[in-house]
Design a protein around this ligand. Structure first.
Ligand SMILES: *Cc1c(COP(=O)(O)O)cnc(C)c1O
Length: 362
């Protein structure tokens, strides 16, 4: 079979090298005679795998001491509830930056708690095509925290900056641009994300949380949802998603071999630039609705001027082994997700196809 390029938004493409490693050691991990899937999470083999995965993530991302790294389950969606449960800490409001689909869902969940959910800024006025300038945000200086979505996976809107919130803890849903560029973790109170976008298999959720924010969960918080208990148990209060942690660990090592986040960011910039240039120079055949400074490097939404051609586009792309380009059902059009593991070669193949398609249908 000739290689395919998978542009799915998630679960998404993984590095081929990593999949081959997994295949090689699937039945017998490092001479143990067992698959990682079959190991006790409390055995020394898996404890080593998990410890190394955390160590490598800390190294790749430059996570300072004073932060806990948690390997949880439930996806980013569970964090929409877990974050307020743990971080309200007796305060009466939470600030949100509303940039579209995922920030709205995070707000919806926060409204279930006895707290004012404030929209400090919203991009709804321009169809969620941008990030409101920080100077215009109407913040509450006493908010429990400020929450934002660093990359809106459906809308293709990415923050080109990290907000400065002073004493108010900054909380970020980083699901779809986690580890795609360097970030200064010390600016954050908490970062969370599902692994299935840019890290590893579905089933693993990563939370990075500043230690001083732990230990004040709301009364009635279930044990599994209390960060402090998860931190004290090294994310093994119960059975963690062992196989997903193992694969994520291999991805962290792959990232180190790629030269780390700076080098990975350079490649992501190059891939995204090529794709946006193809859209912008198509004489209107394709269009991206996102304002230029906020265009995502990870998820590139675009529309065909004639939506009657959508079906033919997807079908002809598939015939060239370019998969999963159909946009989210809520958005329509197309979307190409070009996470870390998408090679430049894949983006080149897509742009060549897009030009050919425009020529033959224009
Ligand atoms: C995919 C996604 C989610 C939801 O993730 P689940 O792991 O399916 O719960 C939340 N936020 C963002 C930004 C996402 O991309």
């Amino acid at each position: 079979m000739s290689p395919v390029f998978n542009f799915s938004a998630g679960p998404a493409v993984l590095p081929r090298e990593v999949l081959l490693e997994v295949q090689n050691e699937l039945l017998n991990w490092h001479g143990s005679g067992m698959s990682v899937m079959e190991m006790s999470h409390r055995g020394k083999e898996f404890m080593q795998i998990a410890a190394e995965a955390e160590e490598d993530l800390r190294a790749v991302m430059g996570i300072p001491s004073g932060y806990k790294v948690l390997f949880l389950q439930g996806g980013a969606t569970a964090q929409f509830a877990m974050v307020p449960m743990n971080l309200i800490r007796g305060r009466s409001s939470i600030d949100f930056i509303d940039t579209g689909h995922w920030s709205k869902l995070a707000m919806k969940e926060a409204r279930k708690f006895n707290v004012a959910v404030r929209v400090a800024a919203s991009a709804e006025d321009r169809g969620y095509s941008y990030v409101p300038a920080e100077e215009t945000w109407q913040r509450d200086p006493d908010a429990a925290y400020l929450h934002y979505t660093s990359n809106e996976t459906l809308g293709g809107v990415e923050f080109p900056f990290v907000p400065s919130t002073g004493d108010v803890p900054l909380v970020c849903d980083m699901s779809s641009n986690f580890l795609s560029r360097p970030v200064d973790v010390s600016k954050f109170g908490l970062i969370y994300g599902g692994a299935q976008k840019n890290i590893g298999p579905a089933g693993l959720t990563i939370v990075i949380v500043r230690e001083d924010l732990l230990g004040q969960a709301l009364p009635g918080t279930p044990t599994m949802f209390d960060y402090k208990i998860q931190a004290e148990g090294d994310s093994m209060y119960n059975t963690p998603p062992t196989f997903a942690i193992y694969v994520a660990g291999l991805v962290f090592k792959w990232m180190q071999r790629q030269g780390g986040l700076k080098a990975i960011e350079q490649r992501n910039i190059e891939k995204a630039a090529l794709l946006y240039e193809t859209i912008d120079t198509s004489a209107g055949f394709y269009a991206c609705p996102v304002e230029k400074p906020f265009r995502s490097r990870m998820n590139v939404p675009f529309r065909l001027a004639d939506p009657a051609l959508d079906e033919a586009f997807v079908k002809e792309a598939r015939a060239r082994n370019l998969l999963q380009l159909k946009g989210h059902r809520a958005m329509g059009g197309m979307r190409a997700s070009i996470y870390n593991a998408m090679p430049l070669e894949g983006v080149k193949a897509l742009t060549v196809f897009m030009q050919d398609f425009a020529r033959s249908h224009g």
